[in-house]
Design a protein around this ligand. Structure first.
Ligand code: NAD
Ligand code: ZN
Length: 349
């Protein structure tokens, strides 16, 4: 079968033939409906070096945002998994036995250091292929919902959902402000989730005008780039600052801008892996404010993200690419030319 393979550190992936996988014990074989191209994949193949945090040893098939139809199951899988039905796949894979894994937070597995890979599509073969194997207990039924549009929810939906729900105590209570920086795959869905879960005023920013326009359509007030960006954002809050900020870029300038917009007691979540740093000391931060990072989300979170999608509260904007054009999806993502999420559809006819 054809697959998008990350072959060597620092190299653009290739579209190549690999053997069709077979489901091992506890696994399901998915015929892939959609595999989202996440900006993190660019870090995986362009930036990371062996041994660096986040680096996963090549070669493996990319694609950690997957949905598809169950084709077969391996030994020991419950017959509650319905062959032929559409499912969303939760990507992170922990040891399955520690306290974090027991609560479905495989992202924060206490034994991650001894695991051979991070996730399906991150160290273990992913869904940018006609078929992928996934742990069967990571499958969430999609029912009649479109599995192609659903695919990005596995990361571009789950990651903002997790970051936002951790920050909800800061956003409830009336008169609150949220700031979303970076309106790509994650940020656009982040705005939709904030709208659905809070009454906070949502301020959003991106360097791209089209991305700001789409966020406005979802209910945000937007601010463009520029030297007075922080003053404009603070002015929208009446000068007090934002109660929660979500930086879906995480570069030096965006972390600095977010930090400068925070209200007392606010929570800044750095989600983007752009490498920006932040000084935290007594006089450099508003009183009782928090700076944190969040990584992906739990399987429990993903069940709710799927419900929000089925309820129409999350409306992923997807651009579909055939398997022939799978590498083009990554080229355009790198060039900043994708709006919403690029989804590769290996089995589209
Ligand atoms: P994307 O390429 O789809 O979107 C990025 C957006 O940020 C684009 O709209 C771009 O125009 C905008 N942007 C870039 N620089 C900017 C700047 N200086 N100011 C304002 N906007 C700017 O990316 P994505 O897939 O949504 O991923 C976003 C980030 O989150 C990446 O760093 C990715 O690696 C990271 N990520 C983190 C997690 C996690 O678990 N923490 C999970 C998935 C992705
Ligand atoms: Zn674990």
């Amino acid at each position: 079968m054809r697959a998008v393979v990350f072959e060597n550190y620092g190299e653009f992936p290739s579209l190549t033939e690999v053997p069709k996988p077979e489901p091992g014990p506890g696994d399901a074989l998915l015929r892939v409906a959609g595999a989202g191209a996440c900006h993190s994949d660019i870090s995986v193949y362009r930036l990371f070096e062996e041994g660096q945090p986040g680096a996963q040893k090549p070669p493996f098939v990319l694609g950690h945002e997957n949905a598809g139809w169950v084709e077969a199951v391996g030994p020991g899988v419950s017959d509650r998994i319905e062959v032929g039905a559409a499912y969303m796949a939760y990507g992170p894979i922990g040891c399955g036995h520690c306290r974090q894994c027991a609560e479905g937070r495989e992202t924060y597995c206490e034994n991650a250091a001894t695991m051979p890979y991070l996730a399906v599509g991150l160290g273990r073969d992913g869904g940018m292929a006609e078929y992928v194997t996934v742990p069967a207990h990571h499958l969430i039924p999609l029912g009649d919902a479109d599995p192609v549009a659903a695919a990005p929810l596995a990361d571009a939906g789950l990651t903002p959902y997790h970051a936002i729900t951790q920050a909800l105590p800061h956003l409830h209570g009336g008169g609150r402000f949220a700031l979303v920086i970076g309106l790509g795959g994650l940020g656009q869905i982040g705005v939709q989730i904030l709208c659905a879960l809070t009454g906070a005023t949502i301020i959003a920013t991106d360097v791209k005008e089209g991305a700001r326009k789409r966020a406005e359509d979802s209910g945000a007030i937007t601010v463009g780039a520029g030297p007075d960006q922080v003053e404009r954002i603070r002015a929208l809050t009446g000068g007090r600052g934002v109660d929660a900020a979500f930086d879906f870029v995480g570069a030096g300038p965006t972390v600095a801008a977010a930090a400068a917009c925070m209200a007392q007691g606010g929570r800044l979540s750095v989600v983007g892996i752009g490498g920006g740093t932040h000084e935290f000391s007594f006089f450099t931060n508003p009183y009782e404010s928090y700076v944190t990072n969040t990584y992906w989300g739990s399987i429990r979170d993903l069940w709710e993200v799927v419900d929000m999608y089925k309820a129409g509260q999350i409306r992923p904007e997807v651009e579909r690419f055939s398997m022939d054009d799978a590498l083009e999806a990554y080229r355009r993502l790198e060039a900043g030319e994708i709006s919403g999420r690029a989804v590769v559809t290996p089995n589209a006819r």
